[in-house]
Design a protein. Structure first.
Length: 402
């Protein structure tokens, strides 16, 4: 079948690695023609253009700046995105009749495109629910529950749920939240379709010491790495408080690799305190980041403790792929901590107590390397059993079969 896949992720090739790229590739491997609609943000000075790829292709659509920008610019660009995607599809993909339209949140503002394809082609619609907005913004205090902006976005959210024939949720808690808070949704629409990847084989030729020397990382310390966005959802001020609690210790080293709207909070802390065991790196290319992961010991996940929605960050998969145990420091709404602890590949603590974070870090530092490696193997096995892109692709195809 012909599949239209609309996403906010900047995809330039079907050979790239990531949860959406891997999923699209697995759908193509199943014999389907996949057409990706992906943004080209204004900052990159690119125009709307279609690139053929296999039996499908990638339609890059020029939009406003959405990633790593202020809330106002992001909000305006998100609202305009719907019309920009629709206009590009009408113009560039008019000749293709689609059987399925696949799309993810964020954003929640693609209803016009979905309704257009459903009506024009009698297509089935499938939502990959990766974000519950606007409630996440309410949780973080970005706007009020009673504000006009909340009511406007809530209307958009209800619309995208209503027009979706199927909704794939990241976890069981994610699905249960939707069922309990949006009772207008037909429960038969909702099922679990988690974040997934096509993992690379583990390498047994990695020179950990050489990689550590390259980045001036202590050879003997337990290295904790966080890789990803540094914005409001991660509560960077809390991360800083955690680093302060541990900054004078020599048995641990914290490597923060990422960027985002609140990265300055972390860089200001490093400039002021000059901690000897904390380093901030800019976002690295995927292959370089994976090599760096292979020289680390434990992956970190941070989520603001105020969240009432069950987030499930996809960065977990990178740690599991590399065979690293994971420490998740999160709110109590997500079930990511339950997955990690029951799968026996890591630890969890609530993200409102830096002293508790420190106690867990001290406990981990007492582990022998062999014990950490064994936990990392459990994570890799859990990934291969539960989070493969091929499995996600088959869930989509099976659930949308007419």
């Amino acid at each position: 079948m012909n599949i239209l896949f609309a996403t906010l992720v900047d995809i330039n090739s079907m050979e790239e690695r990531g949860i959406y790229q891997d999923l699209a590739r697995e759908l193509a491997n199943l014999g389907h023609s996949v057409y990706i609609v992906s943004p080209a943000e204004r900052r990159y000075k690119k125009t709307t253009k279609f690139f053929p790829c296999g039996s499908g292709g990638i339609l890059k659509v020029r939009i406003g700046n959405i990633q790593k920008t202020n809330f106002v610019e992001k909000g305006i660009a998100t609202v305009l995105l719907e019309q920009q995607f629709l206009r590009a599809v009408r113009k560039r993909l008019l000749h293709v009749k689609f059987d399925l339209i696949l799309y993810s949140t964020p954003p929640i503002t693609l209803a016009k495109l979905v309704k257009y394809i459903k009506k024009r082609d009698d297509a089935v619609s499938y939502l990959l629910l990766k974000d519950i907005f606007p409630q996440n913004a309410i949780d973080l205090g970005l706007f009020s529950q009673n504000s006009l902006i909340h009511r406007a976005f809530r209307k958009k959210e209800r619309e995208i749920y209503s027009i979706s024939n199927h909704i794939g949720c990241m976890s069981r808690a994610n699905a249960d939240y939707l069922l309990s808070h949006d009772e207008f949704i037909n429960p038969d629409k909702i099922h679990v379709n988690p974040n997934s990847i096509t993992p690379r084989p583990l390498s047994d030729t990695v020179n950990r010491n050489a990689i550590r020397e390259k980045y001036a990382i202590p050879i003997d310390a337990k290295v904790f790495i966080y890789g990803g966005n540094l914005g409001k959802p991660q509560c960077v001020s809390f991360i800083v408080e955690c680093m302060k609690k541990h900054q004078d210790k020599d048995d641990s080293y914290f490597l923060i690799c990422g960027d985002g709207t609140d990265a300055g909070i972390l860089s200001d802390y490093i400039k002021e305190y000059s901690p000897r065991n904390v380093r901030l790196l800019k976002m690295l290319p995927k292959e370089t980041y994976d090599d760096l992961l292979s020289a680390c010991d434990i992956g970190l996940i941070f989520l603001d403790f105020r969240f009432t929605i069950p987030n499930f960050p996809s960065r977990l998969l990178s740690y599991m792929e590399q065979g690293l145990p994971v420490l998740a420091c999160t709110d109590i709404s997500t079930d990511i901590g339950k997955v990690i602890t029951t799968g026996e590949f890591g630890w969890w603590c609530e993200s409102n107590d830096p002293a508790e974070f420190t106690r867990v870090i001290d406990k981990i530092c007492e582990y022998e390397t062999d014990m950490l490696c064994e936990m990392g193997r459990h994570g890799r096995q859990y990934l291969e059993k539960n989070y493969l892109a091929e499995q996600s692709a088959r869930i989509i195809v099976d659930s949308t079969a007419k």
